[in-house]
Design a protein around this ligand. Structure first.
Ligand code: DX5
Ligand code: ZN
Length: 237
């Protein structure tokens, strides 16, 4: 079973709150309430076409970049075709720009274009897409985002079979001496965090698992404690 395998960890765990679950009338206030406990800010861009929901355009990324000049802005493009949106989101100040394998016929060229434009390139997979689809482009990416819910909405239930993809990616990364981060996105919170981490995932995206708790900064601090305890357990063995 995927959840019982413990992958070897060589990279720190990064926590990326998704502002989709922040207060839409007070995103800045929601981020400030995190008291700098986060590692990255995750921005979900939805077009009402690739996914059945609408969210933000490049202006939100520009505004975040202006306000949080040194933070990593992890921009998840759920748009079709992604080719039309690379330049505006690069100019807006994205740090990582992640596109879906299902949304383009020209993934190789697109990932090269993102890197050439100065952003770090990510590729994402919907839950039902086999991880083998992206194996050829792994040398071209800085990040693989494994969707653990069907994209489009926050607050959905985690789909456990997606853990196997993180495990496979972790094995390929080690066997082929590649260097990308593995990110998981959707349905994650304090209750299943350790299971996700065991799969070899490096970056944990959480919307409601952070912003819908009474004390979002305290929630992240507690998660870090859980991770630390797990880390010391690993070292003793
Ligand atoms: C879904 C988005 C996720 C979403 C996660 O399409 O990509 O980033 O905001 O929200 P939670 O953590 O609430 O499932
Ligand atoms: Zn996302």
């Amino acid at each position: 079973m995927a959840g019982q395998i413990q992958m070897k960890r060589t990279r720190p765990i990064l926590i990326a709150p998704s502002i989709l679950a922040a207060d839409p009338l007070g995103i800045e206030n929601s981020i400030d309430r995190l008291e700098n406990e986060f590692d990255w800010i995750h921005v979900d861009v939805m077009d009402g076409h690739f996914v059945p929901n609408l969210s933000y355009g490049p202006s939100i990324v520009s505004a975040l970049r202006k306000r949080y000049s040194r933070e990593i802005l992890d921009v998840h493009l759920m748009v079709e075709p992604p080719e039309d949106f690379i330049t505006p989101f690069v100019k807006a100040g994205s740090s990582f720009l992640t596109v879906h394998v299902e949304a383009t016929h020209h993934l190789d060229g697109l990932l090269r274009k993102i890197r050439e434009s100065g952003c770090r390139a990510g590729v994402s997979l919907n839950p039902s897409s086999p991880v083998e689809l992206i194996r050829p482009v792994l040398p071209l990416v800085d990040l693989v985002l494994v969707m653990s819910v069907n994209p489009g909405f926050g607050g959905q239930e985690f789909i456990p079979y997606t853990l196997d993809k993180a495990i496979r990616l972790c094995q390929w990364r080690e066997a082929e001496d590649l260097d990308f981060l593995i990110e998981m996105d959707g349905g994650i919170g304090s209750d299943n965090l350790m299971q996700i981490v065991s799969s070899g995932t490096d970056v944990i995206v959480m919307g409601n698992g952070i912003f819908s708790t009474p004390d979002p900064a305290g929630t992240i601090r507690n998660m870090r404690l859980m991770l630390k305890e797990e880390g010391s357990h690993e070292r003793q063995n």
